[in-house]
Write a protein that binds this ligand. Structure first.
Ligand code: PMP
Ligand code: GLN
Length: 379
């Protein structure tokens, strides 16, 4: 059998969650909350199931949900999305990213991604016959070197993928970054910007989420991707969405209709109601910042060194002062011998660069965070 992805193994999230399970470790690896979804949201889903909303949803998504998303996007980012032609509900952000790349990247096209990059971008680009161009974010703040971006753009460059707040680093793009991006886009009219914004609400320290949908010069060339899994603590539901101009959306839907066709109906019905009250998501920055602060606070005195995190529910910790092990070995050792699982961030580098940094998910109950920090303080 000739593999299309010969160098790809099982995603690090599956590997580390399995290892955590086998060793009964506290699982701070794969990013998911260990606390409950809102009971109100669950009852809504229940009610819609009982009412019989259990068959296929419309292919682009439930109209009522798309309308609510349009209101939210208008209010938060100023973009006037037509729910009929510019919003598509997908099976999580993963499907959104895959559909977008599949619909828009042609064989031979180059796509710029920034390492450490979420692990689904590179394989999706290659499955479309595209060439991922991996640029490395500058440390210690994991910022984009826009000069390097400019130098890497040529006639074949089709797309730039950005991710803010950034998984795994917790870095957040600033208005200066977005202006640089806008300038580049204007100079290269064929360039598309795929913006992974699944952590739009999980942002701290007074930073504002700068969606591509705030930048008029990007309107007709950007694709913004979001996830309700992150926003409503329900990663297992796999519901996300794409906002993009109508001609781009038309192409993306051509793929979506043959990947999943549509997304589960009762959850969409419930989300359409639940989104009406912005209180249901406006509390998220404070809620998660408290968790980050608790984790960092409890790590005082440990030999792990935190990398500043301004968004997402991930905290990077450097273990340079503790061990020379590779990050893969260190993550395995911590899981198997100390009962705490994390993600080695070399998995997010095209060249498997090893920064001796691990990623820990703090979307957890206080007790879990305290227990995890206690273990880490002893290492
Ligand atoms: N992009 C990023 C940066 C992510 O961290 C994740 C997963 N947490 C996704 C996309 C995929 O989101 P979903 O679970 O909605 O498929
Ligand atoms: N996005 C989640 C993370 O970064 C995991 C998603 C997945 O398991 N594919 O941990």
């Amino acid at each position: 059998l000739q593999s299309k992805l010969p160098d790809v193994g099982t995603t690090i999230f599956a590997v580390m969650s399995k290892m955590a399970h086998e060793h009964a470790a506290i699982n701070l690896s794969q990013g998911f909350p260990d606390f409950q979804v809102s009971p109100e949201l669950i009852s809504l889903i229940n009610e819609y199931m009982k009412k019989g909303m259990n068959q296929y949803a419309p292919m682009p998504g439930l109209p009522a949900l798309r309308e609510q998303i349009a209101n939210m996007v208008k209010g938060r980012y100023g973009y006037n999305a037509d729910p009929e032609t510019e919003i598509t509900i997908t099976s999580g952000a993963t499907e959104a990213l895959y559909n977008t790349i599949t619909a828009l990247v042609h064989p031979g096209d180059e796509v710029i991604i920034f390492d450490p990059a979420y692990d689904s971008y590179d394989p999706a680009i290659r499955l479309s016959g595209g060439r991922p161009v991996h640029l490395t974010l500058r440390q210690p703040d994991f910022s984009i070197d826009w000069q390097e971006v400019k130098e890497n753009i040529n006639d074949k460059t089709r797309m730039i993928i950005i991710n803010t707040p950034h998984n795994p680093s917790g870095a957040v793009l600033t208005d200066m970054d977005m202006q640089q991006l806008e300038k580049i886009a204007v100079e290269h009219p064929k360039l598309l910007v795929l913006s992974d914004e699944v952590y739009e609400h999980i942002i701290f320290d007074g930073f504002q989420h700068l969606s591509v949908l705030r930048y008029p010069e990007l309107y007709d060339r950007c694709i913004a991707v979001f996830s309700f899994g992150k926003t409503f603590h329900a990663t297992g539901w796999k519901v996300g969405y794409i906002v993009a101009s109508d001609n781009i959306t038309t192409e993306i839907r051509k793929v979506h209709q043959f990947v999943t066709f549509s997304v589960n109906t009762p959850v969409q019905c419930a989300l359409a109601d639940y989104l009406k009250d912005e209180k249901n998501y406006l509390y998220l920055p404070d809620f998660f910042q408290r968790k980050r602060d608790l984790f960092i606070g409890k790590l005082k005195g440990s030999r792990f060194e935190p990398v500043p995190c301004h968004g997402t529910y991930f905290q990077l910790l450097s273990y340079k002062n503790i061990s020379d092990k590779s990050d893969m070995e260190m993550a395995a050792m911590l899981t198997q011998e100390h009962g705490i699982a994390s993600i080695p961030i070399s998995a997010f580098y095209g060249n498997k660069q090893d920064d001796q940094i691990l990623r820990f998910c703090f979307a957890k109950d206080e007790k879990t965070i305290e227990k995890a920090a206690e273990i880490l303080c002893k290492i």
